[in-house]
Design a binder for this molecule. Structure first.
Ligand code: ADP
Ligand code: MG
Length: 202
């Protein structure tokens, strides 16, 4: 008789930009490999900051990863090798469509340890894509904070610098900053920008 599968776990690593999500994901993936577990890592092809074949942190740590355009593509890449895989990592998970939610639960039901890293909120301070739902469904949620670039306090927000309202502008240097509650200004317009400059000079 077939043994029932012991379910895996869903671990979500979240927080604003620069909070160390990718670092923490890479750390957990490397530890899993030290424990001789087989690991497979993915990222959406929207994040082309550094490399197509790895995820990278702002502190230049990297881990091999496969770039996929959609959840369907992720599934197609992962499932043929799934029997050999124990740990699945996904970075920048906020950019995947909602199908990532049932897929992660399916992987957990198949006994996999699923590690997901992604932004919890947009630069407009709205819940970001599938991340809030994944947080709700996770076994373990690690919410990291960054350092506010205005005052040095703990930062939970991602500040978009400049005018563009486009949601998806990934990783271009100088376009985003971590900010605390006091210094975060969602949807900055010209006037706000000037006010912010003034307030940061004080
Ligand atoms: P995330 O994936 O959450 O964007 P990363 O793991 O890529 O974060 O990068 C975290 C690293 O970024 C830190 O260890 C630090 O070296 C660097 N860093 C740059 N700016 C900040 C900041 N404002 N707060 C914290 N870390 C920062
Ligand atoms: Mg990252």
């Amino acid at each position: 008789m077939q043994q029932p599968i012991t379910p895996g776990v869903l671990e979500v690593i979240t927080g604003p930009m620069f909070s160390g999500k990718s670092e923490e994901l890479i750390r957990r993936l490397k530890r899993a490999r030290i424990a001789r577990q087989r690991v497979s890592c993915f990222k959406p092809d929207i994040d082309l900051r550094y490399h197509r074949t790895s995820i990278a942190s702002h502190s230049s740590q990297t881990h091999e990863a496969r770039t996929v355009a959609t959840v369907e593509e992720l599934r197609a890449a992962l499932f043929p090798q799934l029997a050999e895989i124990e740990v699945v990592g996904i970075d920048e998970v906020q950019f995947f469509d909602p199908a990532i939610i049932p897929l992660s639960l399916e992987l957990v039901a198949l006994g996999k340890r699923v590690l997901m890293a992604g932004l919890d909120t947009t630069f407009n301070n709205e819940p970001f894509g599938p991340v809030p739902a994944l947080m709700a469904l996770a076994d373990k949620v690690t919410k990291l904070s960054a350092v506010c670039m205005v005052c040095g306090q703990s930062a939970i927000h991602t500040q978009r610098l400049g005018q563009s309202q486009e949601l998806v502008i990934v990783g271009a240097a100088g376009m985003y900053e971590a900010r605390c509650r006091t210094h975060f200004q969602p949807a900055m317009d010209d006037q706000h920008s000037e006010q912010l400059e003034l307030s940061t000079q004080i």
